[in-house]
Each structure stands twice: as C-alpha cells, then as structure tokens.
Design a protein around this ligand. Structure first.
Ligand code: SF4
Ligand code: SF4
Length: 82
C-alpha cells in the first residue's frame, strides 16, 4: 500500500482517482487505507494517485510493503466485496 506524507497540500485531486475508494480526508490531510490500496494493481499499470499528485507526496507505506502477488490477492478480495 501507499501512504500520504505530511507534505500533502490537501489539493483534493487524488481522492476521486482511486479505483478502490482507499483515499479519504483524515484529521489533517488525506489518508490512504492500507486495507484498500492495491497500488492500483488490477485496475491500472501505475498508481493513479501518484500520477495526479502535484507535490509527489505518496510513497510506499513502510509498514505495508507488499509483493505484486499480495496486491493482486487484495484486489481480488476487494472485488469479491471485501
Ligand atoms: Fe488508490 Fe491506487 Fe493510490 Fe492505492 S495507489 S490509494 S489504490 S489510487
Ligand atoms: Fe495530497 Fe497529493 Fe492527494 Fe493532493 S494529490 S490531496 S497533495 S496526496
């Protein structure tokens, strides 16, 4: 999963681009739910939030480093209604 650092300027452009509804406004800035972020595996070749973010503040979440296979399984679970 990816995560949003404190460099986020709350510009709102990433939230509607997420195919998994993983992005939402938190207490101070936008946040990514690691249970829903597949790094866009299953939907797109590139993480859509990273593509649109103007300040490049969305790296891999160091607490949720996953293989492509793990991301693919998460995608399948989400598609099944998880
Ligand atoms: Fe959503 Fe894709 Fe960004 Fe993850 S990488 S938060 S799934 S847009
Ligand atoms: Fe924050 Fe980047 Fe999303 Fe804008 S696109 S709300 S700066 S994470």
């Amino acid at each position: 999963a990816l995560w949003i650092t404190d460099e986020c300027i709350n510009c709102d452009v990433c939230e509607p681009e997420c195919p998994n509804q993983a992005i939402s406004m938190g207490d101070e800035r936008y946040e990514i739910d690691p249970r829903r972020c597949t790094e866009c595996v299953g939907h797109f070749d590139e993480p859509q939030c990273v593509q649109v973010c103007p300040v490049e503040c969305i790296p891999v979440n160091p607490e949720h480093v996953e293989t492509r296979e793990q991301l693919r399984l998460k995608f399948q679970a989400l598609q099944a209604g998880g």
